[in-house]
Design a protein around this ligand. Structure first.
Ligand SMILES: NC(=O)c1ccc[n+]([C@@H]2O[C@H](COP(=O)([O-])OP(=O)(O)OC[C@H]3O[C@@H](n4cnc5c(N)ncnc54)[C@H](OP(=O)(O)O)[C@@H]3O)[C@@H](O)[C@H]2O)c1
Length: 225
């Protein structure tokens, strides 16, 4: 099994990389800058590509070129950012912050999909790491306006991809990883990155043509839009 993953140097991306290695997958780990933990995985065959920024198509396309002839079973769009914004504490909307999150969280996965689409096998799985914070129904607390908008946009974009690429056999999953103890959350949360990644791998195994386009909680519950 060949897997490619963005944001593989830390957090959930790093742990997913480890889980795929446990499954004896060949992992292509993309990141802006590697980490000692990710470098350590080179000894078990992980191929690390640095300088890959999901806001820069050319960096993704460069890797795509380097992988000429490689066919992928799984594409994981994991890279993401979270900015803290509450409209209550702002005089005006922080458009730069909203745009930055939109660029990374919504457009980043689209750029990644576009760059690696030629490598995807028929029936390849595309794993979009989204967030429950992108659910409109589930938004009972407010705040994080830009982050919520960006993940909501990712969700609807993924449904469009599902329809457009059905005939290619690609299947798409939208996966909330839980509230996870990573740098993004200041190491708070209910799940360790390892626990989250184990649940995500289980959910990925359930992804098929029938379940394509579902928005999953890591425990298996289908989340409302
Ligand atoms: N942690 C949670 O509770 C939680 C909950 C819901 C959803 N999520 C989602 O889960 C995913 C992983 O988050 P995490 O918790 O593991 O966060 P994290 O520890 O902050 O890691 C974020 C990863 O994304 C990468 N990244 C950010 N901007 C990038 C860019 N422009 N180009 C390439 N890589 C970029 C980071 O790379 P650098 O090291 O170069 O910055 C890092 O590898 C994100 O999509 C996040 O929205 C997390």
């Amino acid at each position: 099994m060949n897997v490619i993953i963005t944001g593989a140097n830390r957090g959930i991306g790093l742990e997913l990389t480890k889980r795929f290695c446990e499954q004896k997958a060949s992992v292509f780990a993309l990141c802006r800058h590697s980490s000692s933990e990710l470098n350590h995985l080179k000894s078990i065959g992980v191929k690390v590509f640095e300088g890959v920024d999901v806001t820069k198509s050319e960096t993704l396309k460069q890797v795509s070129k380097e992988l000429s002839g490689v066919e992928l079973d799984v594409l994981v769009c994991n890279a993401g950012i979270l900015k803290d914004e509450s409209m209550k504490t702002m005089d005006s909307i922080d458009a730069d912050s909203c745009l930055e999150q939109f660029n990374v969280n919504a457009l980043g996965p689209l750029r990644t999909f576009a760059a690696f689409r030629p490598h995807l096998k028929k029936a390849a799985k595309v794993m979009m790491i989204t967030s429950r914070m992108g659910s409109i129904t589930d938004n009972s607390s407010g705040g994080h306006v830009g982050y919520r908008m960006s993940k909501c946009a990712l969700n609807i974009a993924t449904i469009s991809l599902k329809h457009e690429f059905q005939s290619d056999g690609f299947v798409f999953g939208l996966f909330h990883p839980g509230w996870v103890q990573t740098e993004m959350t200041g190491k708070t949360g209910h799940l360790t990155p390892e626990e989250s990644s184990r649940l995500l791998i289980k959910r990925l195994s359930e992804l098929n043509a029938q379940t394509s386009g579902s928005f999953w909680h890591p425990e298996g519950e289908i989340l409302p839009w």
